[in-house]
Design a protein around this ligand. Structure first.
Ligand code: SAM
Length: 283
């Protein structure tokens, strides 16, 4: 009997994925986790019945969550990833040679252990990289208490359900501001504006109270069903999102012009061109 796994994130819209082979299906310390193989999207991980990552399209989200802020900042030495237990954002961030250290703060050690086992190609050794530091903690507690200071913070969280709900609060964003260096940049996984408009609106509202510049950029990942995903943007340096293609291309050259499959200097600049239905959520 075929098994179909349902994503239950939205009120009136559900997606079913065929599980050709189920590799893991149980509770972790914090969440329900299932890993299975699917003919169209490759290996899939879902947390609390919501797609997190697939081997076929993960490159899009991971490249846009890492290279856009890191090349926009342009001189980051220390970066923090909150969440990101599959290791994809860590993998991409470590491609930036000028980064001295990348800290990954993940609440669920079970996610890291299972992704090491079933998705080795996603982290591609990043967990054991000499410039990587792995911390198992609630991101809200970590940013409120750490003595470290970061140039760039990338919040690769689940949706605002379960342990991820706190990562969409003003308290968490204030904690991120606390551990950002002057001129630092915060980017956040901020949902699908077409189906989760209030999520982006609320985050932008909090960003406005805490930072001089609040904005968002977009990119579509096929298995985040429902249109383009928004990446929240918060910083005191308004120039960071005004860089021209040439400058971003030069920074990519300087970083060794590593290969990418989605991010390019052109895609980078274009991702800030928002359609009116998204712009109005930010205004
Ligand atoms: N890219 C995916 C998305 O957009 O839905 C997210 C992928 S990543 C696997 C999400 C991670 O956030 C999970 O591993 C989850 O355990 C972690 N997470 C959830 N709440 C957290 C918290 N409060 N502190 C730190 N990590 C958290």
């Amino acid at each position: 009997m075929d098994r179909w796994v349902e994503e239950t994130l939205h009120r009136g819209f559900r997606v079913n994925l065929k599980a050709d082979r189920v590799l893991f299906d149980s509770e972790t310390e914090h969440q329900r986790l299932i890993i299975f193989d699917n003919a169209d999207f490759g290996r899939v991980m879902m947390l609390d019945s919501i797609v997190q990552v697939t081997t076929k399209d993960e490159f899009i989200y991971h490249e846009m969550m890492s290279h856009v802020p890191l090349f926009a900042h342009g001189r980051a030495k220390r970066a923090l990833i909150v969440g990101g237990g599959d290791g994809g954002v860590l993998r991409e961030a470590l491609k930036h040679p000028e980064l001295e250290e990348v800290t990954l703060c993940e609440i669920d050690r079970g996610v890291i252990a299972l992704c090491r086992q079933y998705f080795p190609e996603i982290s591609a050794g990043a967990y054991d990289h000499p410039r990587a530091r792995i911390v198992i903690a609630d991101g809200t507690k970590f940013v409120a208490e750490t003595d470290d200071r970061f140039d760039v913070i990338m919040v690769d969280s689940t949706d605002p359900v379960g342990p991820g709900a706190v990562l969409f609060t003003r308290e968490f964003y204030a904690g991120c501001r606390r551990c950002l260096k002057p001129g630092g940049l915060l980017v956040t996984q901020n949902g699908l504006p077409f189906l989760q408009a209030s999520e982006l609106e609320q985050s932008i509202g909090f960003f406005r109270e805490l930072f001089a510049d609040a904005f968002a950029y977009l990119a579509s990942t096929p298995t985040y069903f429902g249109g383009p995903m928004s990446y929240g943007w918060a910083t005191d340096d308004k120039t960071l999102r005004e860089h021209k293609r040439k400058k971003i291309a030069r920074r990519h050259e300087k970083a060794g012009a590593f290969a990418t499959r989605y991010w390019t200097p052109e895609v980078h600049v274009a991702s800030f061109a928002l359609p009116p239905y998204v712009q109005e959520l930010i205004d």
